[in-house]
Ligand binder design. Structure first.
Ligand SMILES: NC(=O)c1ccc[n+]([C@@H]2O[C@H](COP(=O)([O-])OP(=O)(O)OC[C@H]3O[C@@H](n4cnc5c(N)ncnc54)[C@H](OP(=O)(O)O)[C@@H]3O)[C@@H](O)[C@H]2O)c1
Length: 232
């Protein structure tokens, strides 16, 4: 599959590396500095290449959006036509500098639904936003791969001992189209994680920053139980 990554940072680079190892073609864009995208493409290896924001839509069937929420408007302005593309939204609604939840986004509104409103001709799937970068790094280390140069996570992001280990992480997914969910489930399984369906896109509010399932560091069974305990 041809996969685009908008935002080849800690999350985008690690997922790109693992998808490349699973046999996918990667096109990277969205960095503020094109040289950084090139360095990540070189680290990923295989057929991965750095392209312009404008080219990522043209080259990709599925696009992971892993830029900070505060830069999404600017990113989309320079990205090509995303109509018909499956967009995996991995963002959490942080205010600039990760200073809490974006006060301009209503508490009852999710990033994923906002993206669907802005891009009505794209297929939005919420996924990967609950998987910490430390879990991705740990998965890479488990495979004997050092993280991309310059993208080491801050020490404060260390996982508690009780967190799932490599190959044990759940990945919550919300979307309105079952076949789109199925495609993302495959991409989740290919990197050794377990997909957990949360329901339609409106359910993403439950597991974005500010929701009851965000930042839980729970295993698959426990997160499924938490989902069942929440109102439908
Ligand atoms: N870190 C986590 O544990 C985690 C887990 C799940 C989801 N997320 C979400 O995934 C997204 C990416 O997180 P990350 O930890 O991978 O971030 P990151 O390492 O800082 O990477 C962000 C990427 O977005 C690019 N970018 C474009 N415009 C930017 C701007 N105005 N300011 C800063 N970066 C900009 C960066 O390019 P440059 O390098 O050129 O700045 C970089 O490639 C965020 O929405 C975050 O909420 C994070």
């Amino acid at each position: 599959m041809k996969i685009g990554i908008l935002g080849p940072g800690r999350v985008g680079a690690a997922l790109g590396k693992m998808w490349s190892l699973a046999g996918h073609d990667l096109a990277l864009a969205g960095s503020q500095n094109p040289e950084k995208s090139q360095a990540v493409a070189h680290w990923i290896g295989g057929t991965a290449k750095a392209v312009s924001n404008a080219a990522v839509a043209e080259l990709s069937e599925v696009i992971l959006i892993a830029v900070p929420w505060w830069s999404i408007t600017k990113t989309l302005q320079s990205t090509g036509d995303l109509s018909g593309k499956l967009l995996i939204d991995a963002m959490n609604p942080y205010a600039p500098g990760y200073a809490g939840r974006d006060p301009d986004l209503a508490k009852s509104v999710s990033v994923a639904e906002t993206m669907a409103k802005w891009l009505p001709h794209s297929r939005i799937v919420k996924a990967f936003n609950t998987v910490p970068d430390a879990a991705l790094t740990s998965e890479l280390h488990h495979r004997g791969i050092a993280e991309a140069p310059g993208l080491r996570q801050p020490d404060g992001n260390k996982l508690p001992d009780s967190a799932p280990g490599p190959g044990e992480w759940p990945c919550l997914i919300a979307a309105n189209d079952d076949s789109d969910v199925g495609m993302v489930e495959t991409l989740v399984r290919e990197i050794g994680f377990t997909p957990v369906r949360a329901g339609g896109l409106s359910r993403s509010i439950l597991f974005e920053l500010g929701g009851p399932l965000y930042g839980q560091r729970l295993g698959v069974d426990a997160i499924r139980q938490r989902l069942r305990d929440l109102p439908a």
